[in-house]
Design a protein around this ligand. Structure first.
Ligand code: PLP
Length: 387
């Protein structure tokens, strides 16, 4: 098929020539001055521009940057009926040197490819993906928040636009990238998140779409998620779909347990979303000489470890919160409580280390950041960065 030619296998950070610049249509008037950067939410305000690219006649084309705004779509569009849609989530940060950095976009490009493959969506060239994000961040560079923890959240999405009521793979798609300045998550990091282990509903089953970032997975979590909130918990702890006994994920994060001196996280076997943060945490644990295991973790093991005082800490890992320490887990009649205040918790140094890499405080030894070089930032004095 024509689109397979676009699958370039070039390491993203080592591309010899920059991708050709995209056509850009600038907005008439920036909305930036109306944004209250002191009270940022999480994705309720969008930056001035968006990227768009269409798939018709068997190929992706018309890649460009345009003003953010409504899109015209037929009511018969397949995505609206049968959910043929996938998305990604990553962040750009303003470094302490004023330079924008995008965190590991190559990993999101890779995951988008896996999601697209599962949903029968034609793949998107990984370098187009990374380069489109870079150019979009360059155009809306002023939307990058300045304070530590804050970032420009980047949301790529691909969905089926062919008007057709047959249950089939669409022959037309739209690929958009929108961005939103978002707050840091200091409050959750300080107080921890409380979890309710879900006894009935499940997020994903073997052979399903759990590993893909596709909308339907999240629609399915709204009912149990609402139950968790109504019962006074922040998030739902997902258990396996067969026996409701093995831990899978927490809300939209991967989960880690520190049992004795070993970090344990469930393995990627198709039902768990392969998080970029999860992968980064595993690398950092390795760098620090910590012991870790990717293996199934049952609630029984968690409770036994807790009861004998061996469960040191539990934390979630995901782009939004980076690292979120867990303060409480309820499982049936049993409640486990954790003190998230000690400074020596792994969740604290992991959070600090990741944010330090993202903001250029610490050397990026693994080459995780894609540095955005713009005329505006190369002359920006470091003192102008607010902390
Ligand atoms: C996005 C997501 C994660 C975390 O992935 P990151 O790449 O670390 O942001 C974990 N679980 C689910 C269900 C997710 O949607």
């Amino acid at each position: 098929m024509a689109y397979s030619q676009q699958l370039l296998r070039i390491p993203i950070n080592r591309l010899p020539v920059p991708n050709p610049a995209l056509p850009i249509t600038l907005c008439q008037r920036s909305r930036l001055s109306g944004v209250d950067f002191d009270h940022l939410g999480f994705g309720d305000v969008f930056s001035d521009h968006m990227f768009r690219c269409e798939f018709t006649d068997g190929r992706w084309h018309s890649a460009q940057i345009v003003p953010y705004g409504p899109i015209a779509m037929e009511p018969g569009a397949l995505c609206l009926h049968y959910g043929q849609a996938v998305f990604e989530g990553l962040k750009a940060f303003r470094g302490v040197d004023g330079v924008p950095r995008i965190f590991r976009p190559d990993r999101n490009a890779d995951r988008l490819e896996q999601s697209c493959a599962r949903l029968c969506i034609p793949p998107i060239d990984q370098e187009l993906f990374c380069s489109a994000i870079e150019q979009l961040v360059t155009v809306d560079e002023k939307w990058l928040p300045q304070r530590r923890g804050e970032s420009l959240y980047i949301r790529p999405l691909v969905f089926a636009t062919e008007p057709n009521l047959l249950v089939k793979a669409s022959d037309r798609y739209l690929f958009l990238i929108i961005t939103a300045p978002v707050k840091g998550y200091f409050s959750t990091t300080d107080s921890g998140v409380s979890l309710r282990a879900e006894p009935n509903y499940t997020r994903a089953a073997m052979g399903g779409t759990g590993f893909a970032k596709t909308g339907g997975n999240y629609a399915a979590t709204l009912r149990p998620g609402t139950d968790s909130v109504e019962q006074g918990f922040d998030q739902t702890l997902w258990l396996d779909s067969r026996d409701h006994c093995f831990v899978e994920e927490v809300g939209q994060m991967n989960i880690f347990f520190k049992i004795g001196d070993t970090f344990v996280t469930p393995p990627l076997k198709g039902t768990i979303l392969p998080g970029v943060t999860r992968e980064s945490v595993l690398t950092l644990l390795k760098d620090h000489g910590e012991k870790f295991e990717e293996r199934p973790v049952s609630m029984e093991e968690v409770i036994l470890a807790y009861d004998r005082g061996d469960l040191q800490e539990v934390f979630g890992a995901g782009t939004a919160a980076v690292i979120a320490p867990v303060s409480r887990i309820a499982y049936g009649e049993k409640t486990l409580n954790f003190d998230v205040s000690p400074e020596n918790l792994a969740s604290k140094w992991l959070y600090q280390t990741i944010v330090d890499i993202q903001t250029g405080v610490t050397e990026d030894i693994h080459g995780w950041n894609r540095i955005v070089r713009t005329d505006a930032n190369t002359s920006r004095p470091v003192e102008s960065v607010r902390f």
